[in-house]
Design a protein around this ligand. Structure first.
Ligand SMILES: O=C1C[C@@](O)(C(=O)O)C[C@@H](O)[C@@H]1O
Length: 252
C-alpha cells in the first residue's frame, strides 16, 4: 500500500494515527486549545476553521492566527478543515466562498494538509488538488453523511472517486442507526482499503459507531479523531481512550 507523509507522520503504516480537532471560536481559544492539544501529543491537529468566524471572513486574520498556531504547536502536523454546514459544520458559506477559502488555505500554506469535500464543483476541485500538490499540501478529501450510512457500494464508490480525482487520502464519515449499518461501513472500509493504493480514513459516528473508531487496524482506516476537551463530531473518544484502545487492539 502506498503511504502518505504529513510532515513527520506516515499514514498507512503502523498503528492508525490520532488526530485531535481544535474547535476554538476566537484566536485566544484556538491558541489555548492548541497548547493543550500539543501537550497531549497526538499525531496531528485538525484546525476546524468553520468554528472561527472572524478568520473565515478575513484571510489576513486567518493567516495571522495560523502563524501563531504554528508557534504554539511546533512541529505537530496541522490539517486545516472548513466543514460546510451541509456536512456537519458550523458556518454557512456559498459554494464560491467555500472554494475560495480552501484556495487561500492552500496558497498561504496555512497547514500541512487540507480537507477538501468531494461534493463541490469538480473543475474547481481538480484545480484545488493540483494547487495543493504544487504547494506541497496533502489533500484529505472527505464526505460526511450525518443522516445515515450509505449502501456499501456507494461508500466504496465515493472513496474510489476521491482517489481518482487525485486526493492523497480519501475519508468518509457516516451515521449508523443499528449494528448492520456499522457492519456496512466496516465492510466498505475493508473493500476500499484492499482496492485502493491510498491510505483511507473512515468512521461511523455516534455511540454505535465508536467501535469503528478503534477498529482501523483490522478493517483498514489509517487515522482516527479523538478529543482533547471538546469533540467535533458525535462518538469521538477522548485521546486517552483512543490511545489505550489502539494499543490494546494492536496487531502483532
Ligand atoms: O472528517 C472528520 C471526521 C469527524 O467528522 C469525526 O467523525 O470524527 C470529525 C471532523 O472534525 C473531521 O473533519
Amino acid at each position: 500500500m502506498a503511504t502518505v507523509k504529513i510532515r513527520n507522520i506516515v499514514l498507512g503504516e503502523g498503528l492508525p494515527k490520532i488526530a485531535v480537532p481544535n474547535v476554538g471560536t476566537t484566536e485566544e481559544e484556538i491558541l489555548a486549545s492548541a497548547a493543550k492539544i500539543a501537550e497531549a501529543k497526538p499525531d496531528l491537529m485538525e484546525w476546524r476553521i468553520d468554528y472561527y468566524e472572524d478568520g473565515v471572513k478575513n484571510a489576513v486574520i486567518l493567516s495571522e492566527t495560523a502563524k501563531k498556531l504554528r508557534d504554539v504547536v511546533g512541529k505537530l502536523p496541522i490539517l486545516v478543515t472548513f466543514r460546510t454546514k451541509n456536512e456537519g459544520g458550523v458556518l454557512e458559506l456559498t459554494e464560491d466562498a467555500y472554494l475560495d477559502l480552501v484556495e487561500t488555505v492552500i496558497e498561504k500554506r496555512l497547514g500541512d494538509a487540507v480537507d477538501i469535500e468531494l461534493f463541490h464543483d469538480e473543475k474547481r476541485i481538480d484545480q484545488l488538488i493540483a494547487s495543493a500538490h504544487n504547494y506541497n499540501v496533502v489533500v484529505i478529501m472527505s464526505n460526511h453523511d450525518f443522516e445515515k450510512v450509505p449502501a456499501k457500494d456507494v461508500i466504496v464508490f465515493r472513496l474510489k472517486k476521491m482517489a481518482s480525482l487525485g486526493a492523497d487520502v480519501p475519508k468518509l464519515a457516516c451515521m449508523p442507526h443499528n449494528a448492520d449499518d456499522v457492519l456496512t461501513l466496516l465492510e466498505a472500509t475493508n473493500e476500499a482499503n484492499k482496492a485502493l493504493p491510498n491510505p483511507i480514513i473512515t468512521m461511523a459516528m455516534g455511540d454505535l459507531g465508536k467501535v469503528s473508531r478503534v477498529a482501523g487496524q483490522v478493517f483498514g482506516s489509517s487515522l482516527s479523531f479523538g478529543a482533547v476537551g471538546k469533540v467535533s463530531a458525535p462518538g469521538q473518544l477522548s485521546i486517552e481512550d483512543l490511545r489505550n484502545a489502539e494499543s490494546y487492539l494492536e496487531l502483532h
